[in-house]
Design a protein around this ligand. Structure first.
Ligand code: NAD
Length: 486
């Protein structure tokens, strides 16, 4: 199992020799200790990325694409091992890492491999006699900082567009879940990427992350994580005015209207909040129910939640595993009391399961019914914890849905096409799913509004975010008036 930093094409210990223990969320046991990058290691990684940039950015785009396609093939070839590693490190059930995380990671690298030579510049119809064309130039060295909730998949969301566009990268995975990213670093080396094009420096946020965000030679920082840390990143980036892309928290409104297909909506609402133990920025954590169907919906939804198979994530039947860290489990559990203190009703869950799961970081699927202004309806819990809110009509649904600082994912369940389009147009969110939830595709832009951040991952949008428009004016056949004629 790889546990060293990846800098300049070599695996190495941290300069100061620091390490971080990586724990198994299923039982709290030690998996391994990884090298912990600090500021000095980040500096070395940035230097390696700087050295690699000129050749990488000049390489034919199709050749960069070919390397990304090869990486995607290597991920497919090592799919089972990657799924096991991700499950061990994060606690995601193996059926999800096999069925979703690993194939989506390969698909994303493949998409951006194909994209490398498809990003076009443009020719602008300017005044006669001039040719004005616009190139999309890579930014240079890009710093990328990711959280622990989908560590493997995020390597592809972050690296794919950055590399396809011709940037070199220093990537800092979360200190909690670095293992699959280090395995990807090995596959990057095996695919034949030139040394220094990708550097991976797991380490703590306040040391390695902070240095990357403030580094004067880093041209852009792409961050996925909490809104609080996002603010720190913006602060740290101001020294050299680097570009910043932020994918932050969410409080997704998932709205079920009275005309919805209830079977589909109940299942979809469970997927929206309980997949990955609710540790998803786009989770449907505010379940909004029309008064007319709320009671019938909740009866079945609560029964479904209580029947979810919680357990060892390595077992193929497990539907929900542990949360990724003990600290996070405690935070999620603390919201049960916060909910009660404000008068919310706990309909199911709200506790850690006992018995053989008590040594792991497990939380039972939790449903609370609250008021729109309550903390559990406003703050991101980031766990298997859904807050139910009732509404009487479309107008009220919209005003509750938009009464949050966040704006990332959202969902609508209705058979009324006009209502669906109207609501989807008015809801303040980067993504809106109609009669489905949590769909992602490498071609479709992903990102938030408001305090969920700015910039977009995926698709052409991401390629634009990882490039700068460079405008070139050529006097082909124009007589330019002489302003200073002598
Ligand atoms: P976090 O903000 O604590 O950490 C994210 C990353 O930032 C980690 O790698 C961490 O080491 C690093 N970091 C921490 N402090 C730093 C600092 N001062 N300078 C630089 N880097 C620093 O978030 P988390 O708890 O790991 O992840 C959960 C959060 O991520 C949730 O809020 C969730 O909504 C958000 N998230 C957002 C998206 C999205 O696309 N919008 C996707 C997944 C997760």
């Amino acid at each position: 199992m790889q546990n060293q930093l990846f800098i300049g094409g070599r695996f190495t210990n941290a300069a100061a020799g620091g390490t971080i223990d990586v724990l198994n969320p299923h039982d709290g046991g030690l998996i391994t200790a990884i090298a912990a990058a600090d500021a000095a290691d980040v500096d070395l990684a940035v230097q390696a990325a700087q050295r690699a940039f000129p050749a990488w950015s000049r390489m034919a785009a199709a050749d960069r694409g070919r390397l990304l396609l090869k990486l995607a093939d290597l991920i497919d070839a090592n799919a089972e091992e990657l799924a096991q590693l991700e499950t061990l490190d994060t606690g995601h059930p193996i059926r999800d890492t096999r069925g979703l995380d690993v194939p989506r990671t390969a698909a994303c690298f493949r998409y951006f491999g194909g994209m490398a030579d498809k990003l076009l510049g443009s020719v602008v119809p300017v005044e006669a006699g001039f040719l004005n064309y616009v190139r999309r130039a890579p930014i240079g060295v890009v710093g990328q900082i990711v959280p622990w909730n989908f560590p493997l998949m995020f390597t592809s969301w972050k690296l794919g567009p950055a590399l396809a566009a011709g940037n070199t990268v220093v990537l800092k995975p979360s200190e909690l879940t670095p293992l699959s990213t280090l395995r990807i670093a090995e596959l990057i080396a095996a695919a034949g990427f030139p040394d220094g094009v990708v550097n991976v420096v797991p380490g703590y946020g306040h040391t390695a992350g902070q240095r990357l965000a403030e580094h004067p030679e880093v041209g852009k920082i792409a961050f996925t994580g909490s809104t609080a840390t996002g603010r720190r990143i913006v602060e740290a980036s101001k020294g050299n005015l680097k570009r910043v892309q932020l994918e932050l928290g969410g409080k997704g409104a998932n709205i079920v209207f009275e005309d919805a297909d209830l079977d589909a909506a109940i299942n979809g609402a469970a997927w929206a909040i309980f997949h990955n133990q609710g540790q998803a920025c786009i989770a449907g954590s505010r379940l909004m129910l029309h008064d007319k169907i709320a009671d019938a919906f909740l009866e079945r939804f609560t029964a479904l939640a209580a029947s979810i198979r919680l357990g060892d994530p390595r077992l193929p039947d497990t539907e929900m595993g542990p949360l990724t860290s003990a600290q996070h489990r405690d935070k999620v559990l603390s919201y049960t009391q916060i909910a009660r203190d404000q008068g919310a009703r706990v309909l199911t869950g709200g506790h850690a399961p006992g018995g053989e799961l008590s040594t792991g970081y497990y939380v039972a699927p939790t449903i609370v019914e609250a008021k729109p202004g309550d903390r559990v309806a406003q703050e991101e819990v980031f766990g298997p914890f859904v807050t139910v809110l009732r509404f009487g009509d479309d107008e009220e649904a919209l005003s509750i849905a938009n009464a949050t600082d966040y704006g990332l994912g959202s969902g609508l369940w209705t058979r009324d096409l006009a209502r669906a389009h109207k609501m989807a147009g008015a809801i303040q969110a980067g993504m809106c799913w109609v009669n489905c939830y949590k769909r992602v595709n490498p071609g479709s832009p992903f990102g938030g509004v408001g305090q969920s951040g700015y910039g977009r991952e995926m698709g052409f949008e991401a390629m634009h975010d990882y490039t700068e428009a460079r405008s070139v004016w050529v006097n082909v056949d124009a007589t330019v008036p002489a302003h200073f004629k002598r």
